[in-house]
Ligand binder design. Structure first.
Ligand code: SAH
Length: 274
């Protein structure tokens, strides 16, 4: 018998939900912030979880999909404190699963997009812990859509590139080939780049992108505190400073940003149904 679920699913959909046996870990994407962007699979997994491990990007309201007696474990970075080491998180997931609990590892956005979900999954495989991944809406697609920026438009770009600006050292990644990115990627979406916004804009301009190209910063996307700064590549850092942008934030560079005045307004005028 499954525990009662707060999500009343039509039988045809409930039948399609994967089983969540005791001793398994689900790596679940929580989406970019708006609880309405959580998937049915995420709600399904949370409603059955005995233990949930979540990080800072997860909207606390999403945790309400879990049972009242669920064990909640925060494993993100708190201001001033170092985040738990990846190996430690994986070890805790494995240990929780070995006691026969159903474990949800809840991560912001999609677990496999710059979220170290793949590293955790490798750790689970190495430990022989059964796991499943449940994708989520990633900030660099869904978050931008909420800001009126489509990541592709047939007349604008035939490719889009997702970038994480920093590597394990925390500095601008030396493994990025800015010349290739500038020449080959009409639209660039940068995760974890806000602190390095000046350097990133500088690198792209030095590699041949125009200072006048449309660019934007989208912060706290899909939440009530969403902030969108639309500007040009040359003014990107100054514009974000003036607006006092609060992370988490994405940087987006390319012609699709110019569609935001029309599409952003249309998105904002759609009121939720009563
Ligand atoms: N797995 C996540 C990304 C984790 S990396 C995903 O798929 O979305 C963390 C980075 O994601 C942040 O530094 C920021 O660049 C971006 N991010 C996550 N949520 C965001 C949001 N609501 N608004 C803007 N950027 C966000």
């Amino acid at each position: 018998m499954l525990p009662p679920t707060p999500v009343a699913l039509p039988p045809a959909i409930a039948k399609a939900m994967p089983p969540f046996p005791a001793g398994m870990v689900w790596l679940v994407g929580a989406g970019p912030g708006d609880p309405g962007l959580v998937t049915l699979q995420a709600a399904w997994a949370l409603s059955q979880a005995d233990a949930v491990f979540f990080d800072a990007l997860v909207n606390a309201d999403v945790l309400r999909l879990a049972r009242g007696d669920v064990e909640l474990n925060f494993v993100g970075k708190r201001a001033g404190c170092p985040s738990p080491k990846q190996a430690e998180i994986t070890a805790r997931l494995v240990a929780a699963a070995r006691t026969g609990r159903r474990v949800v590892r809840l991560k912001g956005g999609d677990p496999y997009v710059f979220g170290r979900g793949a590293e955790e999954a490798q750790g689970l495989v190495a430990a022989g812990t059964p796991f499943r991944v449940s994708p989520g809406v990633t900030a660099g697609i869904g978050g931008l859509a909420a800001a009126g920026i489509p990541v592709t438009h047939r007349d604008v770009n035939q490719a889009v590139t997702f970038i994480t600006a920093h590597d394990a050292s925390g500095g601008l990644s030396a493994r990025l080939d800015w010349g290739a990115l500038a020449a080959g990627s009409p639209v660039l979406v940068v995760y974890m780049g806000f602190r390095l916004i000046r350097e990133i804009a500088g690198k792209l301009i030095a590699a041949g992108r125009s200072e006048d190209e449309p660019a934007a910063v989208v912060a706290q996307a899909t939440t009530p505190r969403q902030q969108v700064v639309r500007t040009t590549l040359g003014r990107l850092a100054a514009g974000a400073d003036v607006a006092g942008v609060e992370p988490p934030a994405l940087i987006v560079v390319g012609g699709v940003v110019a569609l935001a005045p029309v599409l952003g307004m249309a998105a904002a005028t759609l009121e939720p149904a009563e």
